[in-house]
Design a protein around this ligand. Structure first.
Ligand code: 3PG
Length: 207
């Protein structure tokens, strides 16, 4: 699966911070049922790897790892079944390790220099992070004008309300966000309803 395949799965990639392994399957089922099959499980909780393993069993789910910071975490994520890798930024050790693994990769960028270093390594699909505080859509429009070959997945501060504005840009393939899974005890019906709304959003680049 290429990174373009991942970005084409749905307009929104839910960013998941899962504390309880028991939530993994019902959460993944709710998101898939709501139309969001690409699931970014962040490696920020002790449960993350087990959560990926559980979610990978859910039919239709395409499980990825987020907040991957180094080659050791990359190996753990791939071993747990991650089909794509997301990082908040790009380092040379991580970039080289991802290339060697062949995994689909969305490295994080926030500046023109970040994008240039990514292009030098052969990447042209990026997570724009943290999107809302790194200049927001005006900044990304500026980057897109200069780096015409690049496509982006903004994450960080994206909401149900502002997602349509981002997705209206041809250089944005999808957005990432945590809003489809509200904090607190898991309510699968609520998550499915929020996912259903998010899945209705459309990116120009997928029309
Ligand atoms: C991420 O991990 O990409 C962000 O923390 C998600 O940002 P959000 O909570 O503002 O959606």
């Amino acid at each position: 699966m290429t990174v373009d395949d991942v970005m084409a799965l749905a307009p929104v990639v839910p960013v998941l911070i899962v504390e309880n392994v028991a939530d993994a399957v019902p959460l993944a089922q709710a998101l898939v049922a709501g139309g969001l099959p690409a699931l970014e499980v962040t490696m920020r909780t002790p449960a993350a790897l087990e959560v990926m393993r559980e979610m990978a069993q859910v039919p239709g789910a395409v499980v990825g790892a987020g907040t991957v910071l180094n080659p050791a975490q990359l190996d753990q994520a791939l071993e747990a079944g991650a089909k794509f890798i997301v990082s908040p930024g790009l380092t040379e050790p991580l970039g080289k390790a991802v290339i060697a693994s062949g995994a689909a990769f969305l490295p994080g960028i926030a500046t023109a220099g970040d994008i240039m270093r990514g292009l030098d390594m052969g990447f042209d699909r990026f997570k724009f992070f943290p999107a809302s505080t790194s200049g927001g859509l005006p900044a990304l429009k500026g980057f897109a004008a200069v780096f015409g070959m690049a496509r982006f997945c903004p994450t960080g501060g994206i909401t149900a309300e502002n997602a349509p504005e981002w997705l209206a840009q041809p250089f944005i393939g999808c957005v990432g966000g945590s809003w489809v899974v509200p904090k607190g005890p898991l309510d699968p019906d609520q998550v499915e309803a929020l996912a259903r709304e998010a899945a209705k959003l459309t990116s120009i680049s997928r029309r």
